[in-house]
Design a protein around this ligand. Sequence first.
Ligand SMILES: Nc1ncnc2c1ncn2[C@@H]1O[C@H](COP(=O)(O)OP(=O)(O)OP(=O)(O)O)[C@@H](O)[C@H]1O
Ligand SMILES: CC(=O)N[C@H]1[C@@H]2OC[C@@H](O2)[C@@H](O)[C@@H]1O[C@H](C)C(=O)O
Length: 398
Amino acid sequence: MNRQIEKLYHIGKKSSRQVIGLMSGTSLDGLDIALCKLTNTGFDTQVQVQEFITLPYTEEFRAFIRQIFAQRTIDQQTLTGLNALIGITHAQLVLDALEAWKIAPESIDLIASHGQTVYHAPQSLTKDYKLPNATLQIGDADHIAVKTGIITLADFRQKHIAAGGEGAPLAAYGDYLLFSDKQENRFLLNIGGISNYTFIPSQETDLKAFATDIGPGNTMMNQYMKQHFNLEMDRDAQYASQGKVSELLLNALLEEPFLADKFPKTTGPELFNLAYLTSVQKRFGCSDLSPEDTLATLCKFAAQAICQAIEKQAEGLANCHVYISGGGLHNPLLLAFIKAGIPHISVHSFAKLGIDPDAKEAVLFALLANESVAGNPANVAAIADSPAICMGKVSLPS
Ligand SMILES: Nc1ncnc2c1ncn2[C@@H]1O[C@H](COP(=O)(O)OP(=O)(O)OP(=O)(O)O)[C@@H](O)[C@H]1O
Ligand SMILES: CC(=O)N[C@H]1[C@@H]2OC[C@@H](O2)[C@@H](O)[C@@H]1O[C@H](C)C(=O)O
C-alpha cells in the first residue's frame, strides 16, 4: 500500500487527531490558522483549540488577489499563477505558525484548507441557468501538502455542490455537531465579509437546523474604506461613528430582493459591492452623502439585514440566543445596531460557547476534515437543505 494512504488510514482510526484548520475569507485580511485537537467524531466530537493566529497578508499579495477576486472578467494567467502562489503562501504561513508555536510539522495529522474564494456562482446568484451551481476556491493543496509534508484536505465546497447544495454556507455541519442545545434556540452568527448564521433549534421544537447567508457583513464598509481612504477597514467604526444614518439610502439598500429570498440562500461580494451602492445611490438620488454618513448607513445596512434575518426565523420562538463570531464582532457600532435591532433576543460573543470568535471558521474546517477521514455522513442528515456528505479532496505530500 502507498505509505501515505496507509498513514491516512491510521489517522482515520486514531481516537484524536491534531488538525490545522485554515480559513482565508472574503475580507482578504490574512490567513486564519487554528491548531485543533479533535477527539472522536459526530455528536461526540470534542474540540480543543490549542493555538490560533491570523497571519496578515502583505499589501502586494492582497492587491494580487483583488485583481481577480469576485470579478467577472479577469486575466487567466493571473488566476492560474495565483492558484499556485496562494498554495505556496499558505503553506509558508503554516510553517511560520508552527515554528512560532515550537511545534514540529510531523506531529500534525492533517491540514484542512478552505483556500481563497475567488468567485461564488450559484445559479440563484448568477441567474445564468445554462451553467450549473459553481464556486471556485484556489490555493492548490498539493503545494500545501508537499511544502509542509502534511496530508491536506481542501476544496470542501465542490462536493456540497455535486450533492445538490450551493457550496455554502458549510458552517452548519460543525455548528450542528458542536453547539446543539436542549433548551436554547441558537443563532450562530458569523460576521466576516459576508454575514451568515446557522440556526439550531432547541430539542424542544421539531424545527430543523439550517445555515444561510444573510447579506453584507463587512465587505461593503471595507471596500468603501479602501476606495475613499485607502484603508483596509473602518477600525472600531471611527469614521462611521461620526456619521448619521441616511434613512433614504438605508431603505433603498434594503430593497435588494436577495434579502427577502427564503432561507437557506447564499451570496457574496459578487452582489454586495460598491457597484451596488453606487447604483442604488443614483436611482434614489442620494449620491451626495459625506463618507462618514455613507459608512454609518452601510454599517446600519449590514446590521439591519442581520436583524431582519434573525427576526424572521425567531418569530414565535422563545429562548432565542445569538452568538457572534467573525471580525464584525469587533465593530462597536455594528454590534450596537444589532443589539438595538433585536432588543428581546440575547446577544453574546461566541467566546461564551468556548471558542475564540475569530478562530471559529478555521475550527469548523478542521472539523470537516475530521469528519471526512473518520466520521459518518449520516451524523449530519438532519440539517435542512444540506446534503449528508463528507467533504474535501485529499492531497498527499508524496
Ligand atoms: N476592530 C475592528 N473594527 C471594525 N471592523 C473590524 C475590526 N476588526 C475586524 N473588523 C472587520 O472584520 C473583518 C475580518 O473579518 P473575518 O476575518 O471574520 O472575515 P473573513 O473570514 O475574511 O470573511 P468571511 O467569513 O466572509 O469569509 C475585517 O476586514 C473588518 O472589516
Ligand atoms: C463561497 C464562500 O467562500 N462563502 C463564504 C463567505 O464567508 C461567509 C459566507 O460567505 C459563507 O457563505 C462562506 O463561508 C462560511 C465559512 C461557510 O461556508 O459557512
